[in-house]
Design a protein around this ligand. Structure first.
Ligand SMILES: [Zn+2]
Length: 202
């Protein structure tokens, strides 16, 4: 009991000073910390990485050559006009024409589904092959009675028709395959998906 009462007066005597010194130390610490904080953002080097080119594009779609031997007689042209001997007029040719003998096998360029087999006077026998990803490949000037029908599932390399000269609008070009590519309903250049350079050298 006696020792307890002795302790308290001492605490009361120095307590004020202990509190004062502690308070000053805390204030100094706070001042130093806030000064460093204020300095921080100004001296710090902020590097912002550009977000472009961060997306890696998906594997490019690659067509099998529609014919085993490639001889392009009329290439794709979106704007440049080419003379049509048959129609005797200049026109854009939004397709590739491949010269081949009558009856030459025409291949599915990718796995897909046949969506149309039809005939019209200007383009002859037409086969449409949906290969997915919004891409439809249209084969024209085929022989009568193609070996496929709408709804057929075909594999890349399957024979979907044979070369002929049934397209009256291109009759003067003789037997050939007229190949179009459509992406989401828009006519696009088949060369985007075909690599004909190696086939042509064969
Ligand atoms: Zn053509």
């Amino acid at each position: 009991m006696e020792e307890e009462t002795k302790k308290f007066p001492r605490l009361r005597k120095y307590g004020y000073w202990i509190f004062l010194v502690t308070a000053i130390l805390v204030l100094v610490l706070v001042a130093v910390l806030s000064a460093q904080k204020a300095k921080g953002p100004i001296t710090q080097n902020i590097s912002i990485e550009p977000e472009t080119e961060s997306f890696v594009s998906a594997e490019p779609v690659r067509f099998l050559s529609p014919l085993s031997s490639v001889d392009v007689i009329k290439n794709y042209s979106n704007s440049a006009l080419q003379y049509s001997k048959t129609l005797k007029q200049w026109e854009a040719h939004k397709a590739i024409d491949f010269l081949a003998e009558e009856g030459t096998d025409v291949f599915a360029v990718l796995d897909g589904t046949i969506t149309e087999v039809s005939y019209n006077y200007l383009m002859g026998n037409v086969v449409k092959l949906d290969v997915g990803k919004g891409l439809v490949v249209v084969y024209k000037s085929l022989q009568n009675d193609p070996p496929v029908k709408p709804g057929d599932k075909v594999k890349r390399g399957d024979v979907i028709g044979k070369v002929s000269a049934t397209a009256k609008s291109e009759a003067s070009d003789g037997p050939h395959l007229h190949l179009e590519t459509w992406l989401n309903g828009e006519n696009v250049d088949p060369n985007e998906y075909l690599d004909l350079t190696e086939k042509e050298s064969e």
